[in-house]
Design a protein around this ligand. Structure first.
Ligand SMILES: [Cu+2]
Length: 203
């Protein structure tokens, strides 16, 4: 009996210590860890419907509806991505009227992703990742693997009453290959909220 009680006390103390360590780590480093892996707080401004309706594609943008692909030929480009675009699943992204298009950019291009959340009942973010689909519901949120440094916009709050949060991030596409842009909110990528992101030199 004495031995059993001792064991229980030891494991209780161990449990308490581990909990304290865990909470401290989250407290001390939480926001940095979250930021590094695509979470944290995004700062944002609001845009409205007329902003969305007047998004202009630059001269160096090639849209191919047939293959659902958009090529950005420039070396300094802005990609406006709408979370929950009109007339599409709320678990999808819209870019220049296409839904979850394949995005192709040049190697070493400077990419600015501008995310706008049109959804009035869910947060959405975006990150360019090395992770391939299919995405399980419980994607590993602590170890999101960004494809490029800063290739994410943290989840944005709801867009209501013609006021849609907008935030952006800028990064260099410094690796060739096939990547994906996905919504990092739990369960969204698994419901289809993603598209291919290709870095290429063949146009
Ligand atoms: Cu989402």
């Amino acid at each position: 009996m004495g031995c059993k009680g001792e064991k229980m006390r030891k494991s209780l103390i161990l449990g308490v210590i581990l909990t304290i360590i865990g909470v401290s780590i989250i407290f001390l480093f939480g926001s940095n860890i979250m930021g590094a892996f695509g979470y944290g707080n995004a700062s944002y401004t609001y845009v409205n419907n007329s902003f969305l309706n007047n998004l202009q594609k630059g001269a160096n943008v090639r849209i191919d509806k047939g293959s659902n692909t958009i090529k950005f030929l420039g070396s300094k480009i802005t990609i406006p991505i709408i979370a929950s675009p009109e007339n599409a699943s709320m678990y999808s992204f819209g870019v220049y009227g296409l839904v979850n298009p394949t995005i192709v950019v040049r190697k070493n291009a400077q990419i600015t992703i501008q995310l706008i959340n049109r959804d009035d009942d869910m947060y959405h973010g975006v990150m360019v990742t090395v992770e391939n689909p299919p995405y399980p519901y419980m994607r590993n949120m602590m170890f999101n693997q960004l494809a490029f440094k800063n290739s994410y916009v943290a989840p944005l709050p709801l867009g209501v009453d013609n006021k849609y949060p907008k935030s952006s991030t800028t990064f260099i596409a410094d690796k060739m290959g096939n990547f994906y842009y996905i919504c990092q909110v739990l369960g969204h990528a698994s419901k289809g909220m993603y598209g291919k992101f290709i870095v290429s030199n063949e146009f």
